[in-house]
Ligand binder design. Structure first.
Ligand SMILES: [Zn+2]
Ligand SMILES: [Zn+2]
Length: 138
């Protein structure tokens, strides 16, 4: 199996993953709208023990309404968002789809946090939707 690779826009950060995607989702939560310039983020879930990361990342820590502590990591040089992790679920890492070398690697399987989406949002009606946080992936 060939590893899945990716990195940031400027090339300062590179990563390699020795696992298949576990899930892929659009997220319309308000925080993701900041990260994705107004749209939903596109997120691919992997087991965190399968990833190797090189380069320097800035970690933005925040506490969600649920009390859950989240870490979102991005390249301090070009600003590309790469990873999101919940302290509560350390075995999972969420990779921003745009950071993958092959952005067609997986297909989205759900849309989450639809209640935060603006009314003009283009939401795929053929995929399952969750108004808020869905049940955990694993
Ligand atoms: Zn960069
Ligand atoms: Zn989100």
């Amino acid at each position: 199996m060939k590893p899945i690779t990716g990195g940031c826009l400027c090339g300062q950060v590179r990563f390699s993953i020795d696992a298949r995607p576990m899930a892929m989702r659009f997220c319309w939560c308000r925080l993701c709208q900041y990260l994705a310039a107004g749209n939903a983020t596109v997120n691919v879930v992997f087991p965190s023990n399968a990833i190797t990361i090189q380069g320097q990342l800035t970690d933005y820590r925040s506490v969600a309404d649920s009390g859950r502590v989240m870490h979102r990591r991005f390249c301090p040089t070009c600003g590309t968002q790469l990873f999101s992790e919940a302290e509560e679920r350390p075995h999972l890492i969420i990779v921003r789809n745009g950071a993958l070398d092959d952005t067609a690697l997986a297909r989205p399987d759900a849309t989450i946090w639809t209640r935060s989406a603006p009314e003009w949002a283009s939401i795929d009606e053929t995929l399952p939707q969750h108004a808020g946080q869905p049940p955990p992936v694993a």
